[in-house]
Design a protein around this ligand. Sequence first.
Ligand code: 5AD
Ligand code: SF4
Length: 478
Amino acid sequence: MKENILEKINQAPVDEPDRQYYFMELARGLVEEKSKAAGRKLTFCVVTFGCQMNARDSEKLEGILEQVGYMKSEDENSDFVIYNTCTVRENANLRVYGRLGSLNRMKQNNPHMMIGLCGCMMQEPHVIEKLRKSYRFVNLVFGTHNIYKFAELLVQTLVQETMVIDIWKDTDKIVEDLPVDRKYAFKSGVNIMFGCNNFCSYCIVPYVRGRERSRAPKDILKEIELLVADGVKEVMLLGQNVNSYGKNLEDPITFARLLEEIVKIEGLKRVRFMTSHPKDLSDELIEVMGKYPKICNHLHLPLQSGSTKILKVMNRHYTKEQYLKLVEKLRKAVPDISLTTDIIVGFPGETEEDFEETMDVVRQVRFDSAFTFIYSKRSGTPAADMDTQVPDAVIKERFGRLLKEVQKISAEETGRLAGTVQEVLVEGTNDHDPSLVTGRMTNNLLVHFPGDESMIGTFRRVSLDNCKGFYYIGTERR
Ligand code: 5AD
Ligand code: SF4
């Protein structure tokens, strides 16, 4: 039987995506055999760490696992468990190692269990060394560049006794038209580009996700049209730096122009995007954001630091004043836009004065919400070698002060819509109170209000009766 399979593997077509569909067919047969041996349907569980990009990648893995006959489960005690990892901060890596220990114990009680690891952490050579040496029970390891060939890797894992490792350093390849299992029926992420060219000096992403590659506009538009035909009303365009979308295409196009094409799609009600880099946020984009109601009233614009000196060492290519100017322009062109941000505390060389500059921007801009991060040293990045690392105790103290300020402002800003009526897209029933549903407004805020399951995926007009800090309690206006 093994020889038979090897022969079939050798006969696989060369062109994509045909090759992957061929492997899905092969995998289906292998999974069926395994399932017969187990006397039950085999299950899978994909656990996602990190950002929206990873969440979208996980949907692609799930789409393939379902195609080949595995059944989805939320329980990690499954027959195929995949950790889709993040490595932006060091504690993300530590968490994965910890959880692998518990997975190993489950595996010892389930002879059918296979464990797969993928995502950004796998692109770090020292991680692979460690897995080879101390985590030999892992069956499959792959990275961020070859996720499209998961079906092929799956077949290899199903026939090979030892750990399958396939890590690529980079790729130009983008494979279209593979199956995806969406988490939500009514909204979806859509990758518009992969990788990052910015090399912010603290960030590991350009090393693990490779150089910027944009998808062709026609492929993006086709994907969204198909999603809309399948019931999707809201899309989130995904890229590490969406503002530089299209620059490297054969026929260059700006992100703003792409958005203008996307909003024309009939049946599509809302468009969001993430993440924007202040250095590339053009006047053209600001104008387009103000012009089309379908483009959501929200922008995530990472500040990282308010100190021009630190921003320079971070390699961010903007000053405090330029950031503030951008905010002013945005607020003028898109009234009442919700602004959110990322801030790092304790970057090497950050003095009390630098930190105060960050606090000053926070107070001036009054972000609707902000993700605050303690600087994490990522080996291989320029900042990790700087000899001006800030002591932990100093960072913790500053972090506490920043968090307090950010939360105070955020609660005040959230409240500014109290008493108004807003259109929301209902996303689900409330976990704590089943008589309530949860809807999302254009500005990304949530409101809980009386309703039932039948409302999921529909738009409702809701009066925002009571602000609870980061969300609202409301009632539907019919
Ligand atoms: N330490 C702390 N935060 C980081 N981020 C990226 N790299 C690091 C790091 N080394 C944060 C940035 C980025 C967000 C996704 O993660 O704020 O915008
Ligand atoms: Fe990292 Fe900077 Fe690229 Fe964002 S823009 S992924 S922070 S290098």
